[in-house]
Every structure is written in structure tokens, then in C-alpha cells.
Ligand binder design. Sequence first.
Ligand SMILES: [Zn+2]
Length: 204
Amino acid sequence: MQTEQIISSLLESNTFIAKKNNECLIIDAGAQPQQIAQKVANHKVLGLLLTHGHYDHCLHAVEIANHFGCKIFASKKIVETLSDPAKNYGETFKIEDFSNFVLLEDEQEFSLGEFEIAATLLPGHSKCSMGYLIDGTLFAGDVLFSQGIGRTDLYGGSKQQMLQSLITIKERIPFEILASGHGDMSNAESQKRNLNLFIRFLSR
Ligand SMILES: [Zn+2]
């Protein structure tokens, strides 16, 4: 699998394209369909996966799904966040029609084409934060960054849940590459230090 990164103009959130043979997945929707189309080229888009409901990751979700003719995959808990601008921080942004969504359970494994996807709910930054492990790459949204972790002071955030989610990542998600919602990608080796640092910090 080959992962390409687009840095969007919305708080510099990342949109990723994961490619395998002639198919691909899109992860998060801060970038515009035209930007994504350039990277997708002639790959068939099998789905759009949302890591959580904040507007900088979801603003163009419906447009992207319509453009590429695919479904949107997200935690079932995303409905509350996307329905309310006060919870997704998008000023007037909200989604009311979820008919094109596939709403996922807290832990769900599914496949799209040749992509095997293990979804794990990782609350703490938001109630609906979902990590997707695909071919050794963890798309973690705003839970875990190359250096640091996500904010826990936004709506639905929780330090206690963030601690549990970091422990879940460390102990139960066998990733090699980390693709975060903002900033650079990193790897398991450099995350050993980062994860342990913040697990200790939040345990105090
Ligand atoms: Zn966020």
C-alpha cells in the first residue's frame, strides 16, 4: 500500500489517499475533491473514511463522496458531532442526511476491495475518534501526532479517555506507520517514546 498526503487549507488538516494496485481509499475530507482527484488519478475510490467529526476533517465529505461515487465510513458516534456546528466547530457546517454513510461499531473489521480495515474507537480528542489500521498504517486522526497528542479540551474530549486510547494504541494496535490528522507521518519506533511520554503524563 502506498499512502499520499494532502495538507488542506482547513487548519492544515491532512487528507490521505491509500493506494493499492488500481484501487484507493480516501481518509478524511479537509481537502477539496479537485485536489484529491489529481492524486487519485485513475485509481478507483472504494470509500471515504472519516477519523472524527471536526469540520477540518469533514467539511468536504459529502462533496467528495458524490464526486467519486463512494460511501462514507465513520463511527456511529459521528452523527451527533456532524449534526451540530457547536460540536464540530464548523460555524454553520452540519450534515443532516446520513443515507450515504456506513456507521461503524466501536470495534469493527471490514474489507473494501483488497483493503482489510480494522476500526477502533479511540475517544479522548472527541467522542467519535476512530483509528483505522490498514496494512500496518494507523490513520489516527487527531488522537496521536508525530510529536504530541490531540487536544482534550474540545466538546466531548476527555483526558481519562485519551489515556485509555493511548494505552489501546500502544498495546493492541500493531502499526508500523502512523498517519496523523495534522503534521508529518511517523513510525512505530519514534512513537514508542511519544506514546510512553504522554501515557506517563496523563497518568499523573
Ligand atoms: Zn479534531
